[in-house]
Design a binder for this molecule. Structure first.
Ligand code: PEP
Ligand code: MN
Length: 302
């Protein structure tokens, strides 16, 4: 007997340009003509760190702050995140800077407490096939940023998204974050072909995380630009006021100054592919970038 297999919700493109748009908070729309930049530290560490980041994001017109308070670390002896105590910090930052907050959720039990503050849940690479978690998130209406498992095929990735959609939550954003290969020189392999293919296969928005994909801060700018060029709807970039002091993922984390330099460059690529990315190019903002460039290339600073 032939089994009935329903057409997958993630594949149901009503027309070639059918595109789901996912709202995060009240001022961010992923999947529209605007490229959405999400930035923040790998791990939330302190009030001072988060305040400096929030101030820079606000100045650059980045509306989405992402940071981990529950961290999926490879070693149980590494910093595991501030846990629920990080929520109060998120709350204060959100109120003061009106930023949308994204953070990783690792278990069903964390959904309820995080829901009070968080605007979008990240499901990390390691939990992409935690089906009970996906089903539970499918019962909420919160946007879900679903990262591709580091060894997941595209079919497995889309089926993971399908778990959330089938449980009743249409607000899924896919995120390509690199897949494991044989060369550790780049932490992972950024699968840009997959981004282009996902844009053809599904109506769900697709973000790219160049930070985890490359593992090296010098590779963030070129791969972020390439991601926009192949059709990504946005980027997830790890940033920190003092990247070398970052408690996790320091090598791939860029400074706030480098983020300020990158934004206008991304804006130019977005325009070249018919998208928009609104960043602050005011003289004050440019001066910070200029100063930083001069220092980086060893020019005297005027
Ligand atoms: C993260 O976003 O900090 C993270 C741990 O990412 P991934 O799940 O892609 O490894
Ligand atoms: Mn990280």
């Amino acid at each position: 007997m032939k089994m009935f297999t329903p057409e997958k919700l993630c594949h149901q493109k009503k027309s070639e340009d059918h595109q789901t748009r996912v709202a995060i908070g009240s001022s961010v729309l992923v999947g529209g003509s605007d490229i959405v930049v999400v930035a923040g530290p790998c791990a939330v560490e302190s009030e001072d760190q988060m305040t400096q980041i929030a101030q820079t994001l606000t100045r650059l017109n980045i509306r989405c702050l992402r940071g981990g308070i529950f961290k999926p670390r490879s070693s149980p002896y590494s910093f595991q995140g501030l846990g629920e105590s990080g929520l109060a910090l998120f709350s204060r930052i959100k109120e003061k800077y009106a930023l949308a907050i994204i953070t990783e959720v690792m278990s069903e039990a964390q959904i309820e407490p995080l829901s009070l503050v968080v605007d979008c849940f990240q499901v990390g690479s390691r939990n992409m096939q935690n089906f009970e978690l996906l089903k539970a998130l499918g019962k909420t209406q919160k946007p879900i940023l679903l990262k591709r498992g580091m060894a997941a095929t595209l079919e497995e990735f889309l089926l993971a998204a399908e778990y959330i959609l089938a449980a009743g939550n249409p607000n899924v954003i896919l995120c390509e974050r690199g897949i494991r290969s044989f060369d550790p020189m780049t932490r992972n392999v950024l699968d840009l072909g997959a981004v282009a293919l996902l844009k053809q296969m599904t109506h769900l928005p697709v973000l790219v995380d160049p930070s985890h994909a490359t593992g090296q801060r010098s590779l963030i700018a070129p791969t972020a630009k390439a991601a926009i060029a192949v059709g990504a709807d946005g980027l997830l970039i790890e940033t920190h006021p003092n990247p070398d002091q970052s408690v996790s993922d320091a090598a791939q984390t860029i400074s706030l100054e480098d983020l300020s330099i990158l934004m206008p460059e991304l804006e130019a690529i977005a325009h070249a592919v018919g998208r928009s990315l609104v960043c602050d190019t005011s003289p004050a903002s440019r001066n910070v970038s200029m100063l930083n460039t001069q220092m980086a290339v060893g020019l005297p600073c005027s």
